[in-house]
Design a protein around this ligand. Structure first.
Ligand SMILES: Nc1ncnc2c1ncn2[C@@H]1O[C@H](COP(=O)(O)OS(=O)(=O)O)[C@@H](OP(=O)(O)O)[C@H]1O
Length: 302
């Protein structure tokens, strides 16, 4: 299947052109956040669309967080998560369909972004909106992102894993450098009402992390919400939920014959992909970039 790759460049980073225009990106940068808005911010490796689907990348737990917050806001009622695609429940601020998706939305708005902090920080700092930043071990991000490139026809052909990893470490992949993204959002910790969560924490203790989210959002968990989370936010449940697994995306945009968006959902898959040389190079680059950073978690890098 042919790639439909068109690139839009904004703030120095390349983005899929079928989803982003200068107008849509300008809309995001100047967004009038409301105090009740909740923004999920992640470095990519996966997906949203509009009435007829599109996609973007992630790998950080975006889709998982969208599902969890949908259930928190619905007080455990699974119907929205089962009937409304996640790109409508939590639209990507920077994508072309967002303005229309938010028209007439009066209730609490759940938004998503893959944009770097420096683009959104001025608008966020003018507001009291809450931000939830989700991060994941970058080695697993690189693996997940690589596999996603194989499906996503709007992204460049990744070539070999080795070639892709080189670009990932150089920050020349779409959405830019993982290191810059994480450092940028961590740098907002004293300037925004922001909570940092990791993919690994969600794995380790979904309910405990959900309770922390509820406290941060001023939305204590209703009886039954935890049960609903345990039921609907597992990897298996989300893999089978067409409103969360991107199976609705047409094959010319996402070639489902190449694999699934909900691929493995595990921690540490990099160990099955990295050669010792790749691992050493990654560790060196990680140390150079992140050496002194205070991180929400220490990922096992060895
Ligand atoms: N419930 C649950 N449990 C465990 N893992 C999960 C879950 N939901 C999504 N995932 C995994 O998250 C990866 C996709 O990342 P994102 O959702 O950030 O992608 S995107 O930005 O929305 O494109 C992708 O990771 P990989 O499987 O490693 O590729 C998904 O499988």
């Amino acid at each position: 299947m042919e790639r439909m790759e068109v690139t839009e460049t904004f703030a120095g980073i390349a983005l899929p052109g079928h989803l982003h225009t200068q107008e849509s990106l300008g809309f995001a940068a100047a967004f009038a956040f409301r105090p009740t808005d909740v923004l999920i911010a992640t470095y990519p490796k996966s997906v949203p669309c509009q009435a007829g689907p599109a996609l973007t990348p992630s790998s950080a737990g975006t889709t998982w967080m969208q599902e969890i917050l949908t259930l928190l806001f619905s007080l455990g009622d699974a119907r929205p998560a089962k009937t409304i695609p996640n790109w409508e429940r939590a639209p990507w601020l920077e994508q072309i369909y967002c303005r229309e998706a938010l028209r007439d939305t009066e209730t609490r708005r759940l938004l998503t972004t893959h944009l770097p902090a420096h683009v959104l920080a001025p608008a966020l700092q003018r507001s009291k909106a809450k931000v939830i930043y989700v991060a994941r071990n970058p080695k697993d991000v690189a693996v997940s992102f690589y596999h996603f490139h194989r499906l996503a026809k709007f992204l460049p052909d990744p070539g070999s894993f080795d070639a892709f990893l080189t670009q990932f470490l150089e920050g020349t992949v779409h959405y830019g450098s993982w290191f810059d993204h994480v450092k940028g959002w961590l740098g907002q910790r004293h300037l925004l009402d922001i909570l940092y969560v990791t993919y690994e924490e969600l794995h380790q203790d979904l309910c405990g992390t959900a309770q922390r989210l509820g406290t941060f959002l001023g939305c204590p968990l209703a009886p039954g919400t935890l049960t609903a989370l345990e039921q609907h936010c597992t990897f298996a449940a989300m893999r089978d939920n067409a409103m969360a697994n991107y199976s609705l995306i047409p094959p010319e945009i996402m070639d489902h014959s190449q694999g699934r968006f909900m691929r493995k959902g595990v921690v540490g898959d990099w160990r099955d992909h990295f050669s010792p040389q790749q691992n050493a190079l990654f560790n060196q680059r990680y140390q150079e970039e992140m050496g002194d950073m205070e991180l929400p978690t220490q990922w096992p890098m060895a």
